[in-house]
Ligand binder design. Sequence first.
Ligand SMILES: *Cc1c(COP(=O)(O)O)cnc(C)c1O
Length: 404
Amino acid sequence: MPSQNLRDDADKYLMQTYSRQPITIVRGRGTKVYDLEGREYIDFVGGIAVNVLGHGHPDLVQAIQRQAMHLIHTSNLYYTEPQVNLAKMLVDYSFADRVFFCNSGAEANEAAIKLARRYGHERHGPDRFEVITMKNSFHGRTLATLTATGQEKVQKGFEPLMPGFAYAPFNDFGAIESMVNAKTAAIMLEPIQGEGGVYVADRNYLRNLRDLCTQQDILLIFDEIQTGMGRTGTLFAHEQLDVKPDIMTLAKGLGGGVPIGACLAKESVAAAFTPGSHASTFGGNPLACAAGLAVCRTLLEGKVLDQARRMGEYLAKGLADCKDRHRIVKDVRGLGLLQGMELEADSRAVVADALVRGVLINATGERVLRFVPPLITTQEDIDKLLDVLSAILHQRDTDKALHH
Ligand SMILES: *Cc1c(COP(=O)(O)O)cnc(C)c1O
């Protein structure tokens, strides 16, 4: 079907919840994708931090093919090997003792919020239910997680919101200290705010949060849905920030593109869930977990994490150079292969220009470009991105100078 007809049908048959770029992607290989007309694009979006192994990685493809031949789904009425093996792998390589599997980031956060409330009620009584989240955060689109999300644009029109949430400014320990009270069950945050514009949490801030939580038996929840699975150069971002949470949520990169989410917790916390307290029909299904296992093994046993760390540094340096050369660039920030560039210009127009020049990038908000490529991205890919960005930013600098 020609691209235009497909887009007409999309306008006609799909609920209009997304504004999409004007291309139809039909296949991918490594760090590149191809559209219906056969044009090639270097992928610096990676399915929004999902395709950690790029496209068509043989380890992942083979794991999915093999599992599909054996068993795709059985429900959680029975034991299955991939689910147990993936849980063991995640426990072996994290602070956690137990895992609950679900199908998306929002569901992982729902599980975390439910677990925190159960734990609070059990330990401290029914008034212990409040979750403090951060302004400018992003935790998902279900009613509880959009309430947890500290952004009005995500909440607008869906009121009444869930009770039991409060919002603190990010990286401001004094503010949160004054908000904590007898109702506080948990503090939930992203080690790096991704959708909110790529803001990295301060080490001291996290350490202070950790101490506060430990002193008052408040649960510290890290939403590593975007920052986890090697994105920042270590399996989880908090490893580099020297603070361990009580609960962590994962999704995006975990299945390398196959939908899966997970909520991880320490034993003392996980014990608040008992048979019947939480469930998901698809959660931890053999296909998704086989994909998750292949991703974990390839990240940990292959050289992908090292590659991600090196390429993260290379990208950060290239973007910083860009900032020095172009007045229109206001800030560059991030960790590893989660990088953001704040502009004094419309970020969406830059995304459109880059697309035409064969590079996929993403805008988060009106002013910030976000770069979340596959972890297998190469120096050559990054050089191409930087060339394209430079050309576009140069044009913006010139336009701006003419206007003044
Ligand atoms: C993407 C994201 C979510 C939501 O994940 P979905 O799979 O879209 O529900 C939650 N938290 C963070 C930090 C995310 O980046």
